[in-house]
Design a protein around this ligand. Structure first.
Ligand code: GLC
Ligand code: MG
Length: 382
């Protein structure tokens, strides 16, 4: 929250499963394209928010499986848990809001009377979220009967059906939309509302995100029927919401372009040429491009030629250096020379490199310090 001193240029609030993360793309290409774009052009002055139905346990598991960035804010358990930063500091104020007119025990008691409801795993049962599986055919009827029962017991709840199988029961004031509204209000009170907000989703629990008045929205091409139906019934003629023609993170990039929210060409979509290292596009962009080149070099996707090495060296200041977290320092020119030995050593492998939290700061008139985290994927995350 405090990383930016002024309004974020762009705040992206994205769902994860089947939106940011494509579970049908084993190569994770659209996610990696998004990552490169975000780190090269947005990270320094924008905010990345993940808003997922997953509990903290399953969210952390996903981060081990997929090449994901670290968000600035993580909203989990369908808008019932908000945390900040990489250390995931919980928002205690939000917990208090949710405690109003909520009694988890009554929810558990009443739902146990419905045989159609099958309890989800223990990890997905959270202080302000009780979750079940229910067939598509029974969903509407059960939802109706259950809300009546709970209302009779004096509870004000929200029942959300997603993915054609998940049924979540939350306090009325919870949900992805309400959590976002709460955040936007907080930013306003601090005098730094985001200049633009883009919400991204694919299923029922994302619908609320699209009803926040001041935001742009993208339903990815692979959006679920329940979300498209919600849109057709409630938000059909709103030009600030589009149904992308591209899947998942590809649809998010598409929306950035459609709404003119900023750069929308991922460095991953730019072919490597020997002189592509000579243009000057800012330090974050350089870090992203360098690591992309490094990946392509090790995968032998660029030619093994001296011209590349020479142009890479030419684009680095002779005094430029790389400092490892261990404190070991190496001249950039030396690291580039050392690359000759590892050409193609990851050829034919599922090897990917992506950089995360790329934050440049100017430390003197002609010197930048760029901090970043570098991740590598080799079949599984390493
Ligand atoms: C995630 C959660 C699950 C929830 C679903 C829909 O899959 O793990 O508990 O029901 O999202 O919100
Ligand atoms: Mg989803």
């Amino acid at each position: 929250m405090d990383r930016l001193e002024t309004s974020a240029r762009l705040m992206i609030v994205s769902d994860l499963d089947h939106t940011m993360v494509d579970h049908h793309d084993p190569e994770n290409l659209s996610l990696l394209r998004f990552n490169a774009l975000w780190e090269s052009s947005y990270r320094h002055d924008s905010l990345l928010v993940f808003s997922t139905g997953r509990s903290p346990t399953l969210y952390k598991q996903l981060r081990k499986e997929k090449p994901m960035l670290s968000p600035d804010i993580t909203i989990m358990s369908v808008g019932t848990e908000i945390t900040y930063g990489v250390s995931m500091v919980p928002d205690e104020g939000w917990v208090e809001v949710l405690n109003q007119r909520w009694d988890r025990n009554i929810v558990v008691e009443e739902t146990s009377k419905f045989p159609e409801l099958k309890l989800q795993s223990e990890t997905e049962q959270r202080p302000h979220k009780v979750s079940f599986y229910v067939d598509k055919d029974n969903a509407q009827e059960v939802t109706k009967a259950l809300s009546e029962k709970l209302a009779n017991r004096g509870l004000d709840v929200k029942i959300i059906y997603s993915g054609g199988m998940d049924l979540d029961i939350l306090p009325q004031g919870a949900g992805k939309g309400q959590a976002l509204a709460y955040l936007l209000q907080k930013f306003k009170e601090e005098g730094k509302p985001p200049k633009n907000t883009l919400v991204c989703g694919d299923s029922g629990n994302d619908a609320e995100l699209f009803s926040i008045p001041e935001v742009h929205g993208v339903m990815v091409s692979n959006a679920q029927e329940e979300l498209l139906q919600w849109h057709a019934e409630n938000a059909k003629n709103i030009p600030k919401i589009i149904h992308a023609s591209e899947r998942c993170a590809g649809g998010i990039i598409q929306a950035i372009g459609h709404f003119g929210l900023g750069p929308n060409t991922s460095p991953r979509d730019v072919a490597e040429t020997a002189d592509s290292h000579l243009e000057d596009a800012g330090p974050a962009h350089e870090v992203v491009k360098f690591n992309l080149f490094y990946e392509r070099w090790r995968r032998a996707e660029v030619e093994h030629c001296e011209t590349y090495i020479a142009s890479l060296k030419a684009s680095c200041h002779p005094a430029g250096s790389f400092v490892h977290p261990s404190g070991v320092e190496q001249r950039l020119h030396e690291s580039i020379s050392a690359m000759k030995k590892i050409y193609g050593d990851r050829q034919g492998k599922q090897y990917r490199v992506w950089v995360d939290r790329v934050l440049p700061s100017k430390i003197s008139s002609d010197t930048w310090l760029v901090k970043f985290v570098k991740w590598e994927l080799l079949g599984k995350l390493i």
